[in-house]
Write a protein that binds this ligand. Structure first.
Ligand code: SF4
Length: 216
């Protein structure tokens, strides 16, 4: 199993230049914890290109908890309108900013327990902040990172939380840093949810294709 994992990680790392290709990964180069946190919240159920556009627009107007807190909800909704689910996201951005000001002296905490104590921050966002900002060894698990290891046959889990726990056991630490970036790109471009592109998949011969009923 561990040989199979190493082989697959090496093939995928060669195939996907993940450092340049997602907004959040590009932000790792000069990490700013608040910006990464806010962009991650904006990226939920949004296309990457939108996240980048909306983040830039927002940070040009407000790039600190204080500045976001001072914006009216209406104004904030207008700024982030094109990110989708803008009403819910505007509320979350305001409440997270207010919480950071009140409880954490406007600083983004560098540990999971405190991050998860802030309403609106879930395990994936917390791990993105910890890994991308503070360089911690954690595995941010989104829907692609959950689906693909189950399809390949590495694990058999029902929730992203279970996937995180299982992957922590079987994935060597040296791959943790790149895992999220690679699997997000892989899931968006090849191993897509409904009908994956198995015919052009670089790891086809190593994959058990569990649960795949239709493919291209
Ligand atoms: S072979 Fe198909 S199911 Fe397996 S990883 Fe590749 S695209 Fe996904």
């Amino acid at each position: 199993m561990s040989q199979n994992i190493s082989k697959i990680m090496k093939i995928l790392a060669k195939h996907f230049d993940y450092k340049k290709r997602t907004t959040l990964n590009r932000m790792r180069i000069k990490p700013n914890s608040f910006r990464i946190l806010i962009s991650c919240l904006l990226s939920l159920r949004a296309r990457d290109v939108n996240t980048e556009k909306v983040s830039k627009k927002l940070f040009a107007i407000a790039d600190t908890p204080e500045k976001i807190s001072k914006l009216t909800l209406k104004k904030l909704e207008k700024i982030i309108f094109s990110s989708g689910h803008y009403r819910k996201k505007a509320k979350t951005l305001k409440s997270v900013s207010n919480d950071l000001i009140k409880r954490f002296n406007s600083k983004v905490p560098d540990n999971k327990q405190e991050l998860l104590s802030i309403k609106g921050i879930g395990p994936k966002t917390a791990n993105i902040v910890l890994a991308f900002t503070f360089g911690k060894s954690v595995l941010p698990i989104d829907i692609h990172c959950h689906r693909i290891p189950n399809r390949i046959g590495w694990i058999k889990t029902k929730t992203p939380e279970q996937t995180e726990t299982q992957l922590e056991k079987i994935l060597a630490k040296k791959y943790w840093n790149e895992f999220n970036g690679i699997f997000v790109l892989f899931g968006k471009t090849i191993c897509q949810p409904v009908s994956p592109w198995c015919s052009k998949c670089p790891i086809k011969k190593h994959c058990k294709r569990i649960g795949v009923k239709r493919s291209r």
